[in-house]
Design a protein around this ligand. Structure first.
Ligand SMILES: [Zn+2]
Length: 50
């Protein structure tokens, strides 16, 4: 696992951003829906634990 630059989904309803490439939730975001940055959203719980 490794820290990566913050990213998030651009889909409506997105409430968190991710910053770890081992996060399954983050990895589930399709690349076309993936955007860089936190978007001002809190970090996802799983990324916090990784
Ligand atoms: Zn995450």
């Amino acid at each position: 696992m490794a820290k990566v630059n913050p990213f998030r989904s651009r889909l409506p309803g997105t409430k968190v951003h991710h910053d770890n490439n081992a996060c399954t939730e983050g990895n589930n975001i399709e690349s076309r829906n993936r955007v860089a940055g936190t978007g001002g959203l809190p970090k996802c719980q799983r990324c916090k634990e990784l």
